[in-house]
Write a protein of this length. Structure first.
Lengths: 292, 521
């Protein structure tokens, strides 16, 4: 009976498994794990996650394996007869001590990493980020730079009920903004987070940074990006009706291009989703920028 | 059934029987039926959520209503479905298991049940109030929760009533267990279900007032000018999170410890073996209960906690893995070298042990603070707590229903329907929640009504699983019906390996369980 009933279950999982493998790359994103990071600590955090996941998976396979072996062999239909043992001090000590040792082994690297995450000393620059219902603002301390960052027009229109626009046709749907936060590569950036109304949370998965923005208080965190590129995230603390619609875009640029952006010669173009020259009137300027 | 007895109790008939009942079985039945109806209502809300998330883009509901659905779904499932179901089981089973005629405080028992329909009516009518139902999440974090419309005081008072009901239920359980055990039934001879409920009852008494205090502070902040959680008045919104999770973490064990008790009754029966490591099970339960009080801030690693706090709460949380592992190993050792058969209660119990293991491991991963910075408030968390609550607590409730139903109704349920219910639930639940791990790791935040397109595929699979699981619960109702209206009489023992006092009573159990206390050797 049991074995017979197992079949459809395994079939169902097999079908799903095959569907996942066979799905065309272009339209499907079957991400199974954390994205590879681009910050100094991202590798360490991701490795820690994978280590713990690996240990858990191995133990889980052992537990499942033992359970299924027991179910296959110790069943009445196989003619099994019940023995009547009810305890074994030795076994119980073993399966208390071994998990304890594994936990200690997990705790040591975890503690080491958390200490590194909390080390906000020696930062090169600071950005004050404020969460609002439902947008972010970025204030570059010691620079003349302050701007709001809201969801881009294409995502906004497509996200309206009955808009008739297929979100699949919108590039980076719900993950694009009108004004992106720009930082230089290989600089330790300190983030000061706060909020003006309710609690928000600032998260960019590939930078491996998430911190709550609490109204009336300032939280501190940092990252140091090691690769230029465009990295996207979303608000991760329920903040009301527009919680799903306040994206984050961080553009990591070379120091020179970052300076150009600060000076107003470069800007984030939400349509093209890249950094473009502000003034393309003179070919000379365009040439200068291309040289950068 | 009562006419078989010398009738010195004057039982009202019809509706009044249920309104005025002080009988533990009647009240247990009321609790269980109430809980099942809340399970379906909360489940319908979950299906609205999953229908909206079937595809990217907003198809069916407004984001504000979506937030109301996530909030009310959680409140109904936690306070309306899982907790009352366990109180219903406690009512039905504890007197029968310890050899008592009834619960110790029968009138309070009636009251504690009849508060619930009022509490939940108050919560549910908020859906029709200006401003809609609460939409700040079941965690009620201020300042967001302050933006609730007219529903706000209804929500606060509904929670007060639910808490009062739970506290009364717990007092009854404690008094019954400590005072009404049959002669010879020492504490360490009690069935494990009684032990887990005794410990749960203490947890409830300890933390429900904390929740009541937290929501009362919200109420005074809103209406009476206090500033407990308002930074502009010198308060701190994070304070609420501390108080809430000081309630909230013991609360999750309130929902799982009685489930541990249930499977500790069922697995020995169908293994035809005594429970392995009874006393270590008791100590493990007590350790989990103790640890639940010192781990609350692991829900708050990203709020900006001092590093010492993060380290403490990370390490304390990891410790919980030890007693939990002991329990899993004990259940497996109970099955080992047994004589297993796989009736529906056993199938649900085995699924409980294995799938709870998955939920336990994802919990351990969440305890690791540096990694939690990535997992926090993503679908990984949603997958984690649904794995411990649905194939955990809910599966144990289904196992318990199938296991004791013949004792309650006097008739066997239809085993084919029960098995069908199990297999559909098992497949449905894994298709529903397993892909959510991947969504969370890939970066999908929780509580969003719409999502970036790279999450579309797993969301679609998850929604398909939700509809399989949701509609297969109709089989549960059918299976219960086959027992209620059944023809096949159940014997006293019902199951051939069943041990315990409740199986010495005829099926259905007499109105007053044990009129003379049985002797326990």
């Amino acid at each position: 009976m049991f074995i017979r009933l197992c079949k459809p279950v395994f079939m169902a999982f097999a079908v799903i498994g095959i569907a996942m493998i066979a799905a065309p790359e272009a339209q499907a994103a079957w991400e199974l794990d954390m994205p590879l990071g681009v910050s100094t600590l991202s590798g360490e955090i991701r490795d820690l996650h994978r280590l713990i996941l690996l240990i858990c998976t191995i133990i889980c396979v052992g537990v499942f394996g033992f359970a299924f072996y027991t179910m296959a062999t110790c069943r009445r239909s196989q003619g099994a007869k019940a023995s009547q043992f009810s305890h074994s001090t030795r076994a119980e000590i073993i399966w208390t001590v071994i998990p304890t040792i594994i936990l200690i082994a997990m705790a040591i690297p975890s503690a080491r990493t958390i200490i590194k995450i909390e080390d906000t000393s020696g930062t090169d620059m600071s950005i004050k980020i404020t969460g609002y219902q439902w947008k972010w603002s970025y204030d570059y301390l010691n620079e003349d730079k302050f701007f709001y960052s809201t969801i881009d027009q294409d995502s906004y229109l497509a996200s309206q009920r009955g808009s008739g626009i297929d979100p699949m046709d919108v590039e980076n749907y719900l993950r694009n903004v009108d004004n992106a936060m720009v930082v230089p590569v290989n600089k330790k950036v300190r983030l000061l987070l706060t909020a003006s109304d309710v609690i928000h949370s600032w998260w960019v998965p590939q930078l491996y940074v998430k911190k709550d923005a609490n109204p009336g208080f300032v939280n501190e965190t940092w990252f140091k990006a090691t690769e230029t590129g465009i990295y996207r995230g979303q608000c991760t603390e329920l903040c009301g009706r527009g919680h799903g619609f306040m994206p984050i875009v961080v553009v990591v640029e070379t120091e020179e291009r970052y300076q150009e952006w600060l000076n107003g010669n470069l800007r984030w173009d939400a349509k093209q989703q890249e950094m473009v020259a502000t003034n393309l009137n003179t070919a000379e300027q365009a040439g200068t920028l291309a040289a950068l | 059934m009562s006419d078989q007895h010398h009738d010195d109790h004057h039982m009202p008939t019809g509706l009044n029987r249920w309104v005025f009942t002080t009988n533990h079985k009647d009240i247990g039945t009321l609790y269980l039926i109430f809980s099942l109806s809340m399970f379906f209502l909360g489940g319908a809300m979950a299906l609205i959520i999953r229908a909206e998330l079937f595809q990217p883009g907003l198809q069916f509901v407004d984001p504000q209503f979506f937030n109301s659905m996530t909030t009310v779904h959680a409140l109904l499932m936690v306070f309306g479905a899982v907790m009352p179901a366990f109180v219903g089981l406690a009512n039905w089973l504890i007197p029968m298991m310890i050899g008592a005629p009834d619960m110790a405080l029968p009138r309070m028992n009636n009251w504690s049940f009849w508060i619930l329909p009022f509490a939940f009516s108050m919560l549910i009518i908020t859906l029709f109030l200006p401003g809609g139902a609460p939409a700040g999440g079941w965690t009620l974090y201020p300042p967001l929760v302050m933006q609730t419309g007219d529903a706000f005081p209804f929500m606060v008072f509904a929670i007060h009533l639910m808490g009062a009901s739970s506290i009364m239920g717990s007092i009854n359980v404690i008094v019954t267990i400590l005072n009404m055990r049959a002669p010879g039934m020492t504490l360490m001879k009690m069935p494990l279900f009684c032990w887990t409920w005794l410990i749960t009852a203490y947890l409830l008494i300890a933390v429900m007032p904390v929740l009541a205090g937290a929501v009362t502070m919200l109420l005074t902040d809103r209406f009476f000018g206090t500033s407990f959680f308002n930074a502009a008045g010198g308060g701190d919104p994070v304070l609420f999170q501390h108080v809430f999770w000081f309630f909230g973490h013991p609360e999750v064990y309130i929902m799982i410890l009685p489930a541990f008790g249930v499977v500790s009754q069922i697995i020995p029966t169908f293994s035809r073996k005594p429970l392995f490591g009874y006393s270590s099970m008791v100590y493990a339960t007590a350790s989990i209960a103790f640890l639940s009080f010192i781990v609350w801030a692991h829900h708050m690693f990203t709020t900006g906690m001092p590093i010492a706090g993060q380290l403490f709460f990370m390490l304390a949380t990891m410790l919980i893995a030890i007693p939990t592992a002991v329990k899993i190993f004990n259940w497996l050792a109970t099955m080992w070298k047994g004589e297993l058969t796989f009736e529906t209660p056993m199938l649900f119990s085995i699924a409980f042990v294995l799938l709870f293991t998955i939920g336990g491991f994802s919990g351990l991963m969440l305890a690791i603070a540096p990694a939690d910075y990535q997992y926090h408030d993503t679908y990984f968390v949603v997958a984690h707590f649904h794995y411990v609550l649905v194939p955990g607590a809910v599966f144990s409730l289904m196992a318990a229903t199938y296991y004791w139903l013949p004792k309650w109704t006097g008739h066997m349920y239809n085993e084919k329907v029960g098995k069908l219910h199990f297999w559909f639930s098992l497949v449905g639940i894994n298709v529903l929640f397993f892909p959510q791990h991947f969504l969370g790791l890939a970066g999908m935040p929780r509580r969003i009504p719409d999502y970036p397109t790279q999450f579309a595929d797993f969301n679609m699979i998850s929604s398909i699983g939700a509809f399989i699981f949701g509609f297969s619960q109709l089989l549960f109702v059918w299976a219960i019906w086959t027992s209620v209206k059944g023809t096949e009489k159940a014997s006293s023992e019902v199951w051939d390996g069943a041990k315990g006092l409740e199986w010495t009573l005829p099926s259905p159990a007499p109105y007053h369980s044990f009129e003379t206390a049985p002797e326990i050797k």
